[in-house]
Design a protein around this ligand. Sequence first.
Ligand SMILES: Nc1ncnc2c1ncn2[C@@H]1O[C@H](COP(=O)(O)OP(=O)(O)OP(=O)(O)O)[C@@H](O)[C@H]1O
Length: 376
Amino acid sequence: MPLTPADVQRALELVKLPASGQSLTASGRLTEIRIDGSKVMFAIAIDPTEARAMEPVRAAAENAVRGLPGVTSVLVGLTAERPVGEARQGAPGPRAQTAAHNAPQGRPVGLPGIHRVIAVASGKGGVGKSTTACNLAIALAAQGLRIGLLDADIFGPSIPKLFGLSAKPEQTPDKKIVPLEAYGVKVMSIGFLVDEETPMIWRGPMVMSALTQLLREVVWGELDVMVVDMPPGTGDAQLTMAQHTPLAGAVIVSTPQDLALIDARRGVGMFQKVNVPLLGIVENMSTFSCPNCGHVSHLFGHGGARREAEKLGVPFLGELPLSLEVRERSDAGKPIVATLPDSQEAGIYRQMAAQVWARLSGEGVDRRQPPRIVIE
Ligand SMILES: Nc1ncnc2c1ncn2[C@@H]1O[C@H](COP(=O)(O)OP(=O)(O)OP(=O)(O)O)[C@@H](O)[C@H]1O
């Protein structure tokens, strides 16, 4: 018999809330229970101030469901995206979303051993955000730093491909996930846990709970910097992530076209709204140098991101040319910084990494408390 949400709810009846003794199932805190074959995913709604107290409940819920016959993996997250009591089955309604935005913000619980978390983001998809995150992480590791890369782009995880990784991560006896490692970087992606061919439909709270679990349920060890490859865009999912992850800074990737820059500006605005320091803007696919004759052309315009950065008062980290070498190596899982370190492109990534680390280490901006969000 296939597993049903009712089976999961029955298992969760045995999990009690510490304060009231009420069962998790009866508490109204369960979000939609998603079942994908033998994989189960759901979240538990909490008030942000309860995050620490509810962690044991989350772990107990996960164990209870893992014990069900036919279950191979369980993702349970705590979500403060909806007010407690409104976490009934189904997609979040507009009221819940507004209420979540206006709710007082608890501090995101710090990540033990992870000294700084930075986001690599873009206002729009396809601008080279993941390629930048991947090469930036490797360039930071090449400086002798302990680096992790978390692929939070759960709508289109491309980090496994960029790093040429396809193995399933192992679990420790206490059911934590061991990240994979490549080119000196510890890597974790939802893409390692789900079937590449299966299209994934994520609802708001699931996005945050999956990210929470990938941040907290993975044995990262000590890291100087954790690079988070964010989902593209500036919608609710991205805002929630920016708000609930203890971010020390953000890097925005853009191409030089006007349209991309408008989106990049939105990205900058999103991080400014939640008081995350902007580490800089990268202009990707900036110039094209013909591999045959060396002629340089500006297919998408040029210099727009630099001007935009100046206008916004955000550091400009540099420009990456449109490069066949970058594309081919990325697609083959052989990132250019690691596999062609003497190339011009690898040098540019290393310079960006040096600037990012200088800002991170010089300004001592790690583990800030999150600000309150003001909706204008
Ligand atoms: N500087 C570059 N020169 C040539 N190709 C590039 C460059 N940067 C990225 N690409 C290519 O562009 C494509 C999109 O890159 P990438 O996946 O990094 O973008 P993204 O912004 O993360 O996209 P998504 O929104 O899908 O997550 C890939 O095929 C990648 O190899």
